[in-house]
Design a protein. Sequence first.
Length: 103
Amino acid sequence: MNMQALLKQAQKMQKEVVETERELKSHVYSAELSGGAIIAEATGELKVSKIDIKDEALLNLENKEMLEDMLVMVVNEVIQKATTEKDEVMNKLTAGVKMPGGF
């Protein structure tokens, strides 16, 4: 493969990476705990966009510590989902080659 063809292939891959990153950033990921008692959503930019507490009993002051623990768990889970999908998609696209400037 000559240098020009290699450069063209690299530019094509870079364009695909940028487009894929844009698509991944627009995804919304969701995680839930306790059968949907707490639901968290996050964007592909790893920003939490929503927390929904369906079980109002969790809002009781007696449950404050448990609620805080559950919120930490559900937020960590939704961020992990987004991160895992990004890593899987980008590894598939780049055949495992680490690209600079990932989101």
